[in-house]
Design a protein around this ligand. Sequence first.
Ligand code: SAH
Length: 226
Amino acid sequence: MDWLRPRRTPRDEPLDQARARMVREQIASRGLTDPELLRAFGAVPRHVFVESDYAYADEALPLPAGQTISQPYIVALMTDAARPVAGWRGARALEIGTGSGYQAAILAELGASVVSVERHAELSSHAAQRLADAGYDGVRLVVGDGTLGWAAGAPYDAVIVTAAGPSVPQPLLEQLAPDGGKLVMPVGARWHQELTVVERRGSDLVSTVREPVVFVPLIGEYGFGE
Ligand code: SAH
């Protein structure tokens, strides 16, 4: 009777139960089993970042300024793919596309030192408020064109780009730590991309193409045009 199960979170389910169920049914059951990852997704209050009755549902949700936050599983998949070899604690992480601040909170919860760049100033200040409300005040938010990265905080052990571009921006590759830094980004056309993971080993870049995905466009000098 699986088809009778509601696809969305029932309105009367307590939020912590909904979150625990999200971790079990959407993340762990789909093969992401790193205990640290599961702990972080169980700890970050997604409903603080996403104003919706469906914060814990298995779907992407709208953000202001026509933007979208990915479904929890995709955030988990990208986070897992970017995991530094030595683990998250104390790692330097760069996120491009702050949006709601949820992905940044996950990285902070994992123990990384986080910089997140957003081109929309209103989204960034909204995210700053949400991050403070949830207790993640260590996250550094920058307003600007994230396709240029943020050189002041480089090198990064992990770079997560949460908007889709035609190719990986060169500045982001240059800001990756040479000893195993990993970048995760949806790469492709405007309406269809592949999640791509690039690992830097010295001057070598090893690219792996993974799941097909659909993200909002990365707009900037090394992204799509306006
Ligand atoms: N990671 C976010 C969701 C991001 S949606 C979260 O957890 O909620 C993608 C975001 O990328 C949007 O907010 C969009 O404004 C932003 N964006 C697009 N192009 C950008 C660029 N060049 N630099 C920084 N942010 C960009």
